[in-house]
Design a protein around this ligand. Structure first.
Ligand code: ZN
Length: 235
């Protein structure tokens, strides 16, 4: 990343802070300081993108499942959760862009994007997006796109229901809640495409599966998955 003179001046006036430890960021650091970044509980998914804990979550549930990768294991309450928490609840969209870029750099090194055609972020309902001001998964996807150069499509999937915060609901209720929440809009745009579905955190995989079910109505569609945090429930 090139650091402009202006950026250095801004850093002096309003220092940017690491979203995990709160220490002051160096101009070349992006939302997370180098030492916190190194301490994130990273997955090794990129070593085996077709056969890892995240990919297995979708085996038998997504018909044309290809590969999957999460950046780090997500545990509620641990420091590794802070970036996602800040992104979702603390109006810090720039963290999503930074996380998307960071993860995409690692994916690019592993040639993950080579056969991917388009990125599709998991949509939010219009109500929720208005409330938050942005869709965190879309922000992450756009950060990834800065690195991989693939198009981000936000007009193919739509999420239509809104029934209060999911965090207050049990796992089963949550599953039922998302199953019929997504709708396919412009199927012609993704014919014969290898789609990378982008989410912020994957837990049960129900949301991703519900999205995939819609996308797979289109001929020749293949699905891969990328998420920043993964709560591996069997771990
Ligand atoms: Zn830090």
């Amino acid at each position: 990343m090139r650091i402009s003179f202006l950026q250095r001046v801004f850093d002096l006036i309003a220092p940017r802070l690491c979203c995990i430890c709160g220490s002051r960021l160096a101009p070349e650091e992006d939302a997370i300081c180098v030492s916190c970044n190194l301490r994130l509980p990273r997955t090794d998914h990129l070593l085996q993108p077709y056969d890892n804990a995240l990919a297995k979550t979708f085996w038998g549930r997504i018909k044309h499942m290809e590969k999957a990768a999460a950046m780090y294991y997500h545990h509620g309450g641990s420091q590794a959760s802070y970036p996602i928490y800040n992104l979702k609840y603390d109006h810090r969209p720039e963290i999503g862009t930074a996380l998307g870029r960071l993860m995409a750099l690692e994916m690019e090194n592993a040639h993950f994007f080579n056969d991917i055609d388009v990125l599709i972020p998991v949509p939010l309902s219009a109500d929720r997006q208005r409330e938050r001001g942005y869709n965190q998964s879309e922000i992450i996807a756009k950060g990834m796109a800065e690195i991989c150069g693939k198009p981000v499509l936000t007009n193919v999937l739509e999420r239509r229901e809104y029934r209060g915060s999911q965090t207050q609901k049990g796992r089963w209720e949550r599953n039922e809640n998302v199953e019929n929440a997504f709708f396919l809009l412009n199927g012609n745009k993704i014919k014969n495409s290898h789609i990378l579905l982008v989410d912020d955190v994957v837990t049960t995989g129900a949301t991703i599966c519900a999205c995939a079910k819609q996308l797979e109505q289109v001929a020749g569609v293949k699905i891969s998955v990328a998420t920043i945090g993964f709560a591996d429930l069997k771990r």
